[in-house]
Write a protein that binds this ligand. Structure first.
Ligand code: AMP
Length: 171
């Protein structure tokens, strides 16, 4: 099973010049999606995570079934204002401007082993920010995992933990 056969690429979305990797087609294919989750589980299991932290929104689609497969917990990192109750936030720089992410204040217990999960790592900025937020809560981030890595953007160079990716595009 070649997972790339089930990932659709859409040019010029969400803006001109961006090639968007769409996992809808992967999710829609039962065998391909099962293979994706099983392969991720096999790769992440040795890191023995207590908790998977999924990044809004496609990261949730990956992290929740992966947590189920691994028998670990699941928590959400969301954009500002989406999570109820007491939250903690982290603001990070983008190419133009900044962005703020949040997690519920009690989502991570100090010392918990955490793997941060998204669908795709491009520049690595989103995953790096989520890792910082989890670390500020006392979590021990032991890895980052994604389905797709855009390796030509060298995102893994700025991520301070081992990165697991199922497929990689080098241009
Ligand atoms: P980055 O912070 O640059 O690593 O960007 C990663 C985040 O943006 C992830 O949440 C991805 O879902 C999304 N993203 C960035 N580039 C793409 C792309 N070419 N196709 C699909 N999603 C992308």
């Amino acid at each position: 099973m070649n997972l790339k056969d089930h990932i659709r690429s859409i040019p010029d979305f969400p803006k001109p010049g961006i090639l968007f990797y769409d996992i809808s087609t992967l999710l829609a294919h039962p065998q391909a999606w099962r293979a994706t989750v099983e392969r991720l589980a096999d790769a992440v299991r040795p890191q023995r995570p207590d908790l998977l932290v999924g990044i809004e929104s496609r990261g949730f689609l990956v992290a929740a079934p992966l947590a189920y497969a691994l028998g670990s917990g699941f928590a959400m990192v969301r954009k500002r204002g989406k999570l109820p109750g007491k939250t903690v936030s982290f603001t990070y720089d983008l190419e133009y401007g900044s962005d703020t992410i949040e997690i519920q204040h009690d989502a991570v217990a100090p010392g918990q082993r955490v793997v941060v999960v998204d669908d795709l790592i491009a520049t690595g900025g989103t995953t790096e920010a989520a890792i910082t937020l989890v670390q500020q809560q006392g979590g021990a981030v032991v890895g980052a995992a994604c389905i797709i890595e855009l390796s030509f953007l060298n995102g893994r160079d700025r991520i301070p933990v081992p990165v697991t990716a199922m497929v990689s595009y080098d241009s």
